[in-house]
Design a protein around this ligand. Structure first.
Ligand code: P1T
Length: 390
């Protein structure tokens, strides 16, 4: 059984999304990969099997998903996990106690929590948070024990952009493992392996699945050595997705390209609308000329994404009022689904970051984050308008 992708690399990404990793079922010709709901596989003699022995180790539905995700990121090898956090936790087992990870300072709250409140204590990892928008800050953080760079771009929730070419080049020069969380962009808009990253991580819960009905994660790499070790860890630790969840993500990626186009087109219209709204102090969207990293966004991303953050006049009280008044934008954590979501990072997704650190970063009470869905943009704009207007 092939572990890597079917040869689709010469195709456009829209075609890869639909075909990579998927063959008609050899038993029936079914065009959709079956959901192999099985924990174990019958052997013809001890140790003699068809490549599958136990579903923590391998499952055919998961194998198809892993090949599909690898192809989408332009990588050789893919591994699927039970969640984005499970993917991150497994990756961290590549390191030894005493190693230092240099992480960008604005990251998903759960990533921060895993680094600060778990891995520091249980693994003895040192984690240094750095504003990577200025690569000069990296040099200051570098130590003998530095082992990896952890990059999120655009960052969550402040949508700062990190120069992938520059930062990855620096990391490789210093022999650090360069890891990029590509959840916000999806491979449709950004492919970090093209910039030389050692590995790409995803919360597949988000755009890759796209329908808010799965929790999942993934890692993609071009390095056979890293893949072998991670595959060993995936099995040894066991934070794997079930076949049904694997199938749902595999189904989701078929429409990824179309969805991303609409997410981004809607987000640009909404960001432009918010920028002119009298109740809004500041809008952060990489597609706006006013975004400090707009030029970099044009260079390293093929689209600006579906995430917008904005600050309302009137601070936390006003922000709470707005999030309670929207009707189409559901008040909920997460992102990347077809439906639009609204949330307040300081109270919700980033609450596990201490208030003082949040304030320093600029994650204040009045900051609202939108995950723009694929509804009609005019309906979404009207919804925000009525919620923002007294
Ligand atoms: O939720 P999980 O699948 O474990 O993924 C964690 C994760 C990792 N990386 C990024 C960039 C993320 O945004 C997330 C999850 N984020 C949210 C739930 C959120 O609302 O931001």
């Amino acid at each position: 059984m092939k572990e890597t992708r079917k040869e689709t690399s010469s195709y456009h990404i829209e075609t890869i999304a639909i075909h990579a990793g998927q063959e008609p079922d050899p038993a029936t010709g079914a065009i959709m990969t079956p959901v192999y709901l099985t924990s174990t596989y019958v052997q013809t003699a001890p140790g003699k099997h068809k490549g599958y022995e136990y579903s923590r180790t391998r499952n055919p539905t998961r194998t198809a998903l892993e090949a599909n995700l690898a192809a989408l990121e332009g990588g050789e090898y893919g591994l699927a996990f039970a969640s984005g956090c499970a993917a991150l936790a497994t990756i961290m087992h590549l390191f030894k106690s005493g190693n230092q990870i240099i992480c960008c300072d604005d990251v998903y709250g759960g990533t921060y929590r895993l680094f600060e409140k778990v891995l520091k204590e249980t693994h003895g990892l040192e984690v240094t948070f750095v504003d990577m928008t200025d690569p000069k800050n990296l040099e200051k953080a570098l130590k003998k024990k530095s082992a990896a760079l952890w990059i999120e771009t655009p960052t969550n929730p402040l949508l700062k952009l990190i120069d992938l070419r520059e930062v990855i080049r620096w990391g490789r020069e210093k022999r650090l493992l360069t890891c990029v969380d590509n959840t916000f962009m999806s491979p449709i808009f950004q492919r970090p392996l093209e910039f030389g990253a050692d590995l790409v991580m995803h919360s597949t819960t988000k755009y890759l699945n796209g329908h808010s009905d799965v929790i999942g994660g993934a890692v993609i790499t071009n390095s056979a050595g890293i893949y072998e070790r991670l595959r060993f860890l995936q099995n040894a630790i066991g934070a794997v997705p079930g076949p049904m969840d694997s199938w749902l993500v595999l189904r989701g990626t078929k429409t990824l390209a179309l969805r991303m186009e609409r997410h981004a087109a809607n987000a640009l219209k909404i960001a432009a609308f918010l920028e002119k709204h009298p109740a809004v102090e500041r809008v952060i969207y990489p597609g706006l000329k006013s975004h400090p990293h707009h030029e970099l966004a044009k260079q390293q991303m093929r689209g600006f994404g579906g995430m917008i953050s904005f600050v309302v006049k009137g601070g936390k009280e006003k922000a709470i009022e707005v999030t309670k008044k929207t009707k189409l934008f559901a008040l909920a954590e997460s992102l990347g689904g077809v439906e639009s979501l609204i949330e307040i990072p300081a109270i919700m997704t980033h609450a596990s970051i201490p208030e003082e650190t949040r304030e320093k970063l600029g994650i204040k009470g009045g900051l609202i984050r939108l995950s723009v869905g694929i509804e009609h943009a005019d309906d979404l704009i009207a919804d925000l308008d009525q919620a923002l207007t007294q």
